[in-house]
Design a protein. Structure first.
Length: 163
């Protein structure tokens, strides 16, 4: 299995429930397992029209999917969570971005990994660099290992500038 990091964001509807549903959907995929999830942070939107704040987190996955197949899973998950692809950088129910994938860099018209703007965005860097507790590997054949990682709020922190 290959390790990948996915940025999770939401600024419409029940934002926390949407992030939790995204984590559950990714973990339910037979080729993907969620190993850990960062705390959840609130951030102001970057670019685009006026809109409400986001909740953001990062999930660490182990996957048997190649980067393009994982991107397809992320986009399908967004669609199932009600994402409407309208205005660029506009508000969204769910935003799932593949930011890191163990392996050679990927550069294609539909995918660039590592994510080209991740290091410029506090809403990715803060959750990514927060203390992620990685449990022991889960052996799916024996059902051993920890329960699904849950979402936790960051302790009074905003990704746009820690309080």
């Amino acid at each position: 299995m290959t390790r990948a990091h996915v940025a999770l964001g939401s600024n419409l509807g029940d934002r926390l429930a949407t992030l939790d549903a995204a984590v559950r959907a990714l973990d339910a995929d037979e080729k993907t397992h969620v190993m850990a999830v960062s705390r959840v942070y609130e951030s102001e939107p970057v670019g685009g029209p006026e809109q409400g704040p986001y909740l953001n987190a990062v999930a660490v996955l182990e996957t048997d999917r190649d980067p393009h197949s994982l991107l397809d899973l992320l986009m399908l998950t967004e669609d199932r969570l009600g994402r409407v692809r309208g205005e660029r950088w506009g508000p969204r129910t769910a935003d799932l971005d593949l930011i890191l994938y163990d392996g050679p860099p990927v550069s294609s018209p539909d995918l660039t990994v590592p994510h080209p703007r991740a290091r410029e965005r506090a809403f990715v860097l803060v959750p990514l660099t927060s203390r992620l507790q990685l449990p022991r590997r889960r052996d799916r054949r024996r059902g051993a290992g920890p329960a699904r990682p849950g979402l936790r709020r960051g302790p009074g922190r905003r990704a746009g500038g820690l309080m």
